[in-house]
Structure formats: structure tokens, C-alpha cells
Design a protein around this ligand. Structure first.
Ligand code: URP
Ligand code: ZN
Ligand code: ZN
Length: 477
């Protein structure tokens, strides 16, 4: 035993099969002051003990793509604020999130951050950082504000190639990529071709094709493929790494493979909806319940699902996030704005998933043999922490890391929305058979979910300043 080991240990998680991105080891975890201080066999008794009983123990999830308390145009409102969203995350095994602070055109990023900090303050029950959404890249933002914010711990920004109010043109993208290169920030790109979507949307609605399922027809794979290729090309021109978010289709996967084969630093994120939903979930007839699965890019087909699974298994994808963007189905503030069934262009985009991200991938990926458990850890915790400068404090189980830990319970579960802790009135995965759920989630050594109840506390989540991205693993294909 190390002569410097603080005894007694505050907490010992005993008898677990501890998994990191590289190893699976049967050992105990010793915790002091909220940090892991030792991994070893037969550790001395701690002040508190958790018996993992031979079960898998993984790092707390790091969900680096979720939307909480983001202001929308009334009456539309995101269902989750920082209190309900972080509670839901904790109950599904996630202990760190990076939601977005969105700049308004004509407004500053600094003002957006002040606003989002106020929204999170006293409400978050797990740790959080912020990505910036740059909607107005004026000279002041490019030359002064972004460099200052990167140095202050906001080291990533999302760039949209579509959506009115957010969309950037190619010149603006290039300027922002150059800023990312100069200051070492991570540029995240939402890759869909805006003008193509606008034209398709106009012709579908003019023909009376307005049901939720036509959302998928208005954003076919090629609009994602073209924008993904363009984003990769612009990043190559500037010679800067990028991370393409929410990759949904086999054609976008091909573009990322192309980039990797050229040796470019193009990273990619995908989400549960692109593994487990298809365009048919938006409705095979004009049923409005398909609005529950309206998100962008839209879910595709079974061959895209397979291409995404292959990319996850082979190392093409770097990050697996939820893109939690919850809107209620009933009521007036969500999928039925003002209480009405609306044409697809007016259905708010996004689906809930912050709590189900880890159990879905653990069940369908690890336990059904599609990915290894170390890959699961890499995708859901280690790489996200590395990509946004939070590693090794977050994203691993190792001495010195925060004691953010999940103990897994393998048992048959039929997923029901009533089991979940978000403020949304549905899950797109209602009735799905799962085979595991966290038995415990620990945030800095404190139990926040005990398998039955949320026992975290709003306000206990800490704001994290992100460093610069760490070196990420990168397959060549
Ligand atoms: O439909 C989605 N994904 N909504 C959230 C916003 C975004 O683009 O990630
Ligand atoms: Zn997006
Ligand atoms: Zn998103």
C-alpha cells in the first residue's frame, strides 16, 4: 500500500470488473475527496462501501451533445432545463454534460454565456461545461471574443451549415475554422445543405405533402453527404481538425472514410437515433405521432444503421452523444406548437435521449456483441472528455480522476417513458427491450442514482472549464 494513501478511504467500490478504454480489470476502486486515489485488490475497508458484486464498472458518461434550457421562439420551449435534464442524465449513468450556449445574431457570445450560466446555476446536479454556438461571426468575435473565451475554458464551438438564424456561409465557416486552428479550439459542424433543404421543403409543402414523414424527404442523405464533403474540404483548406456532429447516413460515413484515408483529422459523432430509428418511425402514413421522431438529420434506413454500427465498431466514430433536444408531444410548447398539428417544417427538431444513451448502447452494442466494452467506454466517456479538453479528470477510471463511476446491472428491462426522469412526455424507444441499466451512478464519489431513485442534488453540479482538445485516436479507414 502506498505510504501516501489517505486512510481510511472515504469510499471503496469493491469487487467490480473495472473497464477503461484500454483495459478490463477485476479490482476495487478507492476514493478520497471525490477523486479516485487507488485501484487495487483487497483495499482496506472504506468509510462507505459499494459492493459491485462482479458487475461491470465504467466511467461516468460524458455527453458532449445535448440541448438544455436553450431559448426558442414562443410558444416552443425545450422540455428540459438544467434541473430535469441533469437529473435524467444522472439516472442513465451520465455525470458530465456539455450543452450549448447559443449566440443570437446581433448579440455577443459573452452575453450568451452569462445567460446560460444563470440558467444552470443552482440547478445542475452533475458537472457541466459549455460549447459555444457561433451564429454571428463579426470581426470582434473572431479576433477578440473567441480567443478570450477559448482561454477561459470554452474551447469548442458549433458551426451550422443550415437553419435560418444559425446558418453560416462558406466564407464564414473558413474564417471560424481559421480561428479554431490559431487558438487550438475544436470546431463542431452540423453538416446539411441549407438551400437544398429549403427548395425540397417548398416543393413538398406546395404539393400538400406536409405530414411529419416528409421531414425525412426534405433532408435526404445527399444533403448531408454534400455538406459533410464541403465541411471536410474547408477544414482541409485551413488545415484544422473538425468534428462532424450527429452523423446519420451511410453516405456521410463514406465521406468520413474518404477523409480519414487522406490522413485528415476529421472526427465524427453519432447518436442512438441513427442506430435504432429509421425514417419509418416518422410515419408510414400521415399519422402525426411521427413528429416524435422528427430530428435533423433525420433517421435513415437499415443500411445506414448498419454503416453506423460498422463505423462504431471499427473506430471511425470518435464520440457517441445523445443530441438530447426534448420537446413534449402533447401540450402547446412542443411537437404541436400552440396545441395544433402543423406541417413538418414547423415541427420543432429534436428528440429526448440523455438518459437512454448509455443503456441503449450498452444493451444493443456491448451485450449484443456489436462493440467491445472498452470501445463503449471510449465512445461514451474517454473520447468525449479528450475531444473537449476534460481528460483525464473526466472520462476514465484512474488515480487522479474524479470518482465519476457507473456500476451496471444486467437484467431484462422494457423501456417505458414512465421510468425516465426527463420532463418530456415520451421516449422514441417506448417498449424497446434492453438488457442493462445503471445500478449506481456516482458523481465525485457521491451516489446520485441508486438504481431506484435519483438522490443527487440540484446545485451540486460544478461548472468545468475545458482545456484544449487532447490527441484523439484516429483509424485510417
Ligand atoms: O434535430 C436536432 N438535432 N435538434 C437539435 C439541434 C441540432 O442541430 O443539433
Ligand atoms: Zn446540429
Ligand atoms: Zn444538437
Amino acid at each position: 500500500m502506498s505510504p501516501h494513501l489517505p486512510l481510511p478511504l472515504e469510499l471503496v467500490v469493491r469487487n467490480g470488473v473495472v473497464v477503461t478504454a484500454s483495459d478490463t480489470i477485476r479490482c476495487d476502486i478507492g476514493v478520497c475527496n471525490g477523486r479516485i486515489v487507488i485501484l487495487g485488490e483487497n483495499l482496506p475497508r472504506g468509510e462507505r462501501e459499494i459492493d459491485a458484486a462482479g458487475r461491470f464498472v465504467t466511467p461516468g458518461g460524458v455527453d458532449t451533445h445535448c440541448h438544455l434550457a436553450q431559448p426558442m421562439t414562443p410558444p416552443i420551449r425545450l422540455a428540459d432545463d438544467f434541473e430535469s435534464g441533469t437529473r435524467s442524465a444522472a439516472c442513465g449513468g451520465t455525470t458530465t454534460i456539455i450543452p450549448f450556449a447559443e449566440q443570437k445574431r446581433g448579440g455577443t457570445l459573452t452575453h450568451a454565456l452569462e445567460d446560460y450560466h444563470a440558467r444552470a446555476e443552482g440547478r445542475a446536479s452533475i458537472d457541466y461545461a459549455f460549447h459555444l454556438i457561433v451564429a454571428d461571426p463579426a470581426q470582434e468575435a473572431l479576433n477578440e471574443e473567441i480567443p478570450r473565451l477559448v482561454a477561459q475554458g470554452y474551447s469548442s464551438f458549433k458551426l451550422y451549415m443550415t437553419y435560418p438564424g444559425l446558418r453560416l456561409d462558406d466564407r464564414q465557416l473558413l474564417e471560424l475554422l481559421a480561428v479554431a486552428k490559431k487558438h487550438g479550439a475544436m470546431a463542431m459542424v452540423h453538416a446539411e445543405n441549407s438551400d437544398s433543404i429549403a427548395r425540397l421543403t417548398e416543393s413538398l409543402t406546395a404539393a400538400g405533402l406536409t405530414a411529419p414523414r416528409f421531414h425525412a424527404a426534405s433532408r435526404p442523405m445527399l444533403v448531408e453527404r454534400e455538406a459533410t464533403h464541403r465541411a471536410i474540404s474547408l477544414a482541409e483548406l485551413v488545415d484544422v481538425p473538425i468534428l462532424i456532429v450527429h452523423v446519420s447516413s451511410s453516405e456521410a460515413v463514406e465521406q468520413i472514410r474518404y477523409a480519414r484515408a487522406r490522413g485528415l483529422k476529421v472526427f465524427a459523432e453519432t447518436c442512438p437515433q441513427y442506430l435504432l430509428l429509421t425514417a419509418e418511425d416518422l410515419g408510414i402514413d400521415d399519422d402525426y405521432s411521427g413528429a416524435k421522431c422528427v430530428c435533423s438529420p433525420p433517421p435513415r434506413d437499415s443500411s445506414s444503421q448498419q454503416a453506423i454500427w460498422n463505423g462504431l465498431a471499427e473506430g471511425l466514430f470518435t464520440v457517441f452523444s445523445s443530441d438530447h433536444s426534448p420537446f413534449v408531444f402533447d401540450g402547446t410548447s412542443g411537437k404541436r406548437p400552440g396545441g395544433k398539428e402543423v406541417a413538418f417544417p414547423y415541427i420543432p427538431n429534436g428528440i429526448p435521449g440523455i438518459e437512454t444513451r448509455l443503456p441503449l448502447l450498452f444493451s444493443k452494442g456491448v451485450l449484443e456483441g456489436r462493440i467491445t466494452i472498452s470501445r463503449f467506454v471510449e465512445l461514451t466517456a474517454t473520447n468525449p472528455a479528450k475531444a473537449y479538453g476534460l481528460y483525464p479528470r473526466k472520462g476514465t477510471i484512474a488515480p487522479g480522476a474524479d470518482a465519476d463511476i457507473v456500476v451496471w446491472d444486467e437484467r431484462p428491462i422494457v423501456l417505458r417513458n414512465e421510468m425516465l426522469h426527463h420532463a418530456c412526455d415520451y421516449t422514441p424507444y417506448e417498449g424497446m427491450a434492453l438488457s442493462a441499466w445503471p445500478a449506481y451512478t456516482l458523481l465525485r464519489g457521491e451516489v446520485v442514482w441508486d438504481g431506484l431513485e435519483f438522490i443527487g442534488r440540484p446545485g451540486n453540479g460544478r461548472f468545468l472549464r475545458c482545456g484544449l482538445p487532447a490527441l484523439l485516436p484516429q483509424s485510417r479507414r
